[in-house]
Design a protein. Sequence first.
Length: 424
Amino acid sequence: MKLLIVGLNHKTAPIEVRERLAFGPDIIAGALRDLRGREGVHEAVVVSTCNRTELYCAVEDGGEETVRHWLGGFHGVEHERVNPFLYAHAGRDAVTHLLRVACGLDSMVLGEPQILGQVKSSFQTATDCTATGKLLGRLFQHAFSVAKTVRTDTAIGSSPVSVAFAAVSLARQIFSDLSKQTAMLIGAGETIELAARHLHQNGVGRIIVANRTVERAHEVAAQFDGFAIALTEIANHLADADIVIASTASPLPVLGKGTVERALKKRKHRPMFMVDIAVPRDIEPEVGTLDDVYLYTIDDLQGVIDEGLRSRQAAAVEAEEIVTFHSEEFMAWMRSLDAANVIQDYRQRAELLRDEVLERAKRQLDAGKPAADVLAFLAHTLTNKLLHAPSTRLRQAAREGDAEILEAANELFALELGRVAQPH
């Protein structure tokens, strides 16, 4: 069994593709059951965020093609349309990739901390669905430990750079004085809460939080002297919003062109700044065609984000070194599993031989044969049976001039027979 990752992210696929292959929280459990039901797939974790969709699997040989075809098939997208955007990592490369993801080294925002929480949540969901086992369980726990080490031992997260921070920075460029602006935040997840914190710290005049669950919207809004509304009330308050930042898990847009047009009329066409951080998108792309609307998607934030990354570059080099070390550490553990399987098989074989010879010895005792003779028989026969297979293989190695096998036997059995003659 081997580790495999198949996925796509903001580097390999545009938002139009990523949103087609995203997994909402309501379909993750069913997706995990379906994926694990495929031949050769033993364990699975689905990580789906606005920037990536990745399938972490423990598979048998040939599993990569199965997983590649499954991803598009599950979403009803032809494999030929999906495959060019996919990447795959196996073995050590898979271990390194997950560690880099968990540490924020593969994120659009270098070192951003939100991804670790998202990966932990994805792993917990898979565990709750009994989709994980020994291999992925150990791998993800290892990744969480390494991410903690990177956060503690480097300055990778010292600068306040994130998608939410980038969105607020862009708002500050468009509106020089945020104290006169009203911000509507659609959603109430971690990214929205972070955006609210940045807006509040930058002195935004007013914050409105809209969410499907009003109670959760109240929890976020109360921290920043804002007020909460339901998603169904957005149209009634949108005209008040100068800044709109959206990040929900809705599979369909929650804000359409018509609603925005009506809000602009009420605003007498004062400009609106909108950032759609969600994948799939929360704001219909057609909204961007309206005059007086500045609509940015998560992909548009890259330029803003780049400005805040310079201070993290040196820390990232240190983090990569930590990842490299701990990737090898995990691979050493995986190699030890191979040894454990060999040891277990050899022990079982030895125990079968022991039981067989012991049974014969018992029958000799029952027949009245002297105990000393039976003990001698037992020792002699068991020794011969245990040594037969390795002795045969060593004689064959000697005939074939296979010095590597003979040297390995010297080391394996801790023999001190001197150097084995090299073949001419």
